[in-house]
Each structure stands twice: as structure tokens, then as C-alpha cells.
Design a protein around this ligand. Structure first.
Ligand SMILES: Cc1cc2nc3c(=O)[nH]c(=O)nc-3n(C[C@H](O)[C@H](O)[C@H](O)COP(=O)(O)OP(=O)(O)OC[C@H]3O[C@@H](n4cnc5c(N)ncnc54)[C@H](O)[C@@H]3O)c2cc1C
Length: 415
């Protein structure tokens, strides 16, 4: 079996992985190898044929493919080695993995590893929607692949499940695939698109195309054997159902980190984010293994993933130079109705954080609340919020984290 050795192995050539690799190469951190299972590197943006990428990291607006290509070109020019069609399948040691590609099976060992495997939308099976398994059911990722990747038509009449930002982008992909959107349905009381994206929502669905949004509603059944013929909508408050004839269903949002490889490695998984638990340096529970991007907590914009990749690069460079892994970490807890808080651990006395802040999400709409952070009854931080909504990440500064002491967990709660 072929054996490769490198200084840093990056798993995943999306914005997080490529940005990390680029920074490391620019910093002269040795040999950097990036592996991706897809035919082309670049991650999800490769198939997002709309504008809106790269604002906070490259300070320009790119289309998804333009952004992916720019990051890839920069990384290659800086001396990063990128191998496509190469899937990392198994751990073969502390910092050694097996990979499979058209070249066969190889082993790769590295001094440090970054996991940047991204996230995906929960499929129909995980959403527990009963019925047959006909053609015509997509998530936004597979829809994009179908329409933009293979230039295929999807159907003629679609229902979109979900009403977050990505759900609105599905409208445009469906239009491109020659399919009319009949309605959007969300289990929440309203859509989950917030400022500054509100005009995009109005333009896309309500004003521009007149697509109705059905709230407090879930997809409760699927009809059709070979091809989808209808879906059943259920009002989650009243239990009332109705049938809508359609030949296409797009299940959007409801993200889950692509964490299988992290789990295989026995990495601690945070129960809120469902990604590998990391500290402010993006160090996982396994020495020499870091994580960044949507693997950490589901979908954020591409530039946020890229900036996390850069943050991981500085932590990896420091690790390669000085070694060391925290012996003591303090758990960060997210109390209901908070869904998760990132990072999930803190090193006592350190306030190093990705982009200098904590990120959090809520499970439900909260109107007028106070976020408070405590450790063992001691107040560390508090901030008022007039409005918080699901499927939206919010952040708070974290300079107070230097006051965290070893021992008890740090608890984030909303009152
Ligand atoms: C429909 C849609 C529209 C979007 N629109 C926007 C937008 O307008 N603006 C914006 O900023 N963001 C947008 N985003 C979000 C953006 O695409 C993501 O935030 C970004 O791609 C996350 O980067 P990442 O590097 O964390 O993961 P990804 O881009 O998902 O990359 C992860 C990579 O890891 C690879 N991988 C996974 N497992 C393995 C393995 N075992 N071995 C090898 N390789 C592996 C995958 O093949 C993939 O290439 C959109 C996302 C979607 C789905």
C-alpha cells in the first residue's frame, strides 16, 4: 500500500479546508495536502450558481463557482497539494488515515489534521416522513447537483419544505430546472429569513413570484409509487391535513454536520451542534486534530466557514511549532431554548475564539430576552436581545472568557 507523509492533512476542499490550507502554506507551515471525495474540489459553492459568496473573507462578491475556483487557485498557487476523488475512509492511527481513490487505497500520516467535511440537509428518512420512495424528492444540495451539475429538468410542480435562506435559493434552482413552485411550508410560525436578507426573500418568493408560505405546517405523507404524485401537509397546531398534488418535493435546511468520520475517530461530539466538540482554538478532543467550517454546527455562509478555516490555520501553525494539547478544558453548556453554543469547550484563562466571539442558535422564536453566562453561580457576561429566531446564528463578544476558571461548566442561558 502506498504511504504518504505530510505536515498537515486537510479533509475536505470546501471554503473552510481550502482557506485553512492557503493560510498554512502562506505561513510556511510545511507540506499541506487537501483531499476531497468529489470530482472537483471547492465544496458546496461549486454548485451554487448565484452571487453572494466571499464578502467577509475575500472582500468581493463572487458567484458560488467563482468563489470556489478563486479559493482553489489561490491555494494551488501557494503550493498546496489538492487531490480530488479521494475519500478519507478510516482512521489508521492517531494522525494516520486510509484513503480510497482511483489510485487505490493509500495511507496518509500527518503531524496535524484538519477536518472540514461540511454538513448536509437531513434526508427524508431522518425526517420520518412516511410513504413510498418515488422519484422527485430532493434536498437543496441534490437539487443543485441535478440542475446545475448535470443540467437536468426536475419536474413541473414543486413543494418546498422549509423557509430559511437556503429554501429561498431552492426557488431559483427549481425555476432554472423548469419547475413551478406551488408553495413553501414551514413548521414555524413565520419564515426564518432575517435582516439583511429580508429583501431577497420578498423578491424571491412573495413579491416577485407570488409563492405562498404555509406556516405551522409539516410534510406528513408522500404519495406516488414511481413518481411523486402528491404530499400531505399537516398543521402542527391543529392536526388538520390536506393533500397537495405535485411531482417534486424539496426538503431544505435542517442541517446536520457531516460528522461520520469524526465519530469513527472517537472524537467527542457536542450534543447541541452534533459536530465534533472544539475549544476556542478549534482543537477537538483528539490531540493534533482540528475541525472547522460547517462540520462544526451545520450551515453558515461560505465566508464564515472560510474565516474559521483561517482561524484553525493559526492554531495548527502554533501546534506544529510548539506542540501541546490542553490538559484541562471547561465545558460550555447551552440551556434550553438555546440549541447550541460554539465553541463547546474553553481553555481556562484563554479568550481566543474563532472571530473573537461565541456563536449561538435558538430552537424557537424569543421576543425580548436576556442572554446570561455564568460559571458556578458567578455571572460572567450578559446581553439583552429584542428578537432571536431559529435557523439564525447570533454572536456575542468573548473577552470575558479570560475569567473562566478550571472546574465547573460555563452555562449560557436565556431568561
Ligand atoms: C443551496 C445553498 C446555497 C448557499 N448559498 C450561499 C450563499 O449565497 N452565500 C454563502 O456565503 N454561502 C452559501 N451557502 C453556504 C456555503 O456553501 C457553505 O457555508 C460552505 O460551503 C461551507 O464550507 P465548508 O468548507 O465548511 O463545507 P463544504 O463546502 O460542504 O465542503 C466540505 C467538503 O468536504 C468533502 N468531504 C466530506 N467528507 C469527506 C471525506 N470523508 N473525504 C474527503 N472529502 C470529504 C466534501 O466533498 C466537500 O467538498 C449555500 C449553501 C447551500 C447548500
Amino acid at each position: 500500500m502506498n504511504e504518504r507523509k505530510t505536515d498537515v492533512l486537510v479533509v475536505g476542499a470546501g471554503p473552510a479546508g481550502l482557506s485553512c490550507a492557503l493560510e498554512l502554506a502562506r505561513a510556511g507551515a510545511g507540506e499541506i495536502l487537501v483531499l476531497d471525495r468529489e470530482k472537483k474540489p471547492g465544496g458546496v459553492p461549486r454548485l451554487c450558481k448565484h452571487q453572494g459568496f466571499g464578502i467577509r473573507d475575500l472582500h468581493r462578491v463572487y458567484s458560488g463557482p467563482g468563489y470556489a475556483e478563486t479559493l482553489l487557485k489561490k491555494a494551488l498557487a501557494a503550493g498546496v497539494q489538492v487531490l480530488a476523488e479521494t475519500t478519507v475512509t478510516e482512521w489508521a492511527g492517531e494522525k494516520r488515515v486510509f484513503v480510497t481513490s482511483p489510485r487505490g487505497i493509500e495511507a496518509v500520516s500527518a503531524r496535524a489534521i484538519l477536518l472540514a467535511t461540511g454538513c448536509r440537509e437531513r434526508p427524508r428518512s431522518a425526517r420520518l416522513i412516511p410513504g413510498y420512495r418515488p422519484q422527485g424528492i430532493f434536498n437543496t444540495g441534490s437539487l443543485q447537483d441535478f440542475v446545475h451539475g448535470y443540467g437536468k429538468k426536475v419536474g413541473t410542480r414543486a413543494v418546498i419544505a422549509g423557509a430559511e435562506l437556503v429554501s429561498y435559493s431552492a426557488i431559483h434552482t427549481l425555476e432554472k430546472g423548469g419547475c413551478r413552485v406551488l408553495l413553501m411550508a414551514t413548521e414555524f410560525e413565520r419564515d426564518q429569513v432575517y435582516f439583511p436578507y429580508t429583501p431577497y426573500k420578498w423578491w424571491s418568493a412573495r413579491l416577485h413570484l407570488g409563492i405562498p408560505l404555509v406556516t405551522n405546517t409539516r410534510i406528513s405523507n408522500i404519495f406516488g409509487k414511481d413518481r411523486l404524485s402528491a404530499v400531505e401537509l399537516e398543521n402542527v397546531k391543529t392536526g388538520e391535513t390536506r393533500r397537495v398534488d405535485c411531482d417534486t418535493l424539496v426538503l431544505t435546511g435542517d442541517w446536520i454536520p457531516d460528522h461520520e468520520f469524526s465519530r469513527l475517530g472517537g472524537l467527542e461530539i457536542d450534543q447541541g451542534t452534533l459536530g465534533p466538540a472544539v475549544d476556542g482554538f478549534l482543537r477537538t478532543s483528539r490531540e493534533g486534530v482540528f475541525a472547522a467550517g460547517n462540520l462544526l454546527r451545520g450551515a453558515e455562509p461560505g465566508d464564515a466557514a472560510a474565516l474559521e478555516g483561517r482561524h484553525a490555520a493559526s492554531s495548527i501553525a502554533a501546534y506544529l511549532e510548539k506542540g501541546g494539547w490542553p490538559k484541562e478544558r471547561v465545558k460550555v453548556l447551552a440551556r434550553d431554548p438555546l440549541l447550541w453554543v460554539l465553541p463547546n469547550f474553553l481553555e481556562p484563562g484563554s479568550h481566543v475564539l474563532p472571530r473573537g466571539r461565541f456563536l449561538f442558535r435558538v430552537k424557537e422564536f424569543v421576543r425580548g430576552g436576556r442572554l446570561s453566562v455564568t460559571q458556578g453561580g458567578k455571572a460572567l457576561f450578559e446581553k439583552r436581545f429584542s428578537f432571536l429566531g431559529p435557523n439564525d446564528s447570533r454572536s456575542v463578544g468573548g473577552s470575558w472568557a479570560r475569567d473562566v476558571r478550571p472546574g465547573e461548566a460555563v452555562s449560557f442561558s436565556l431568561e
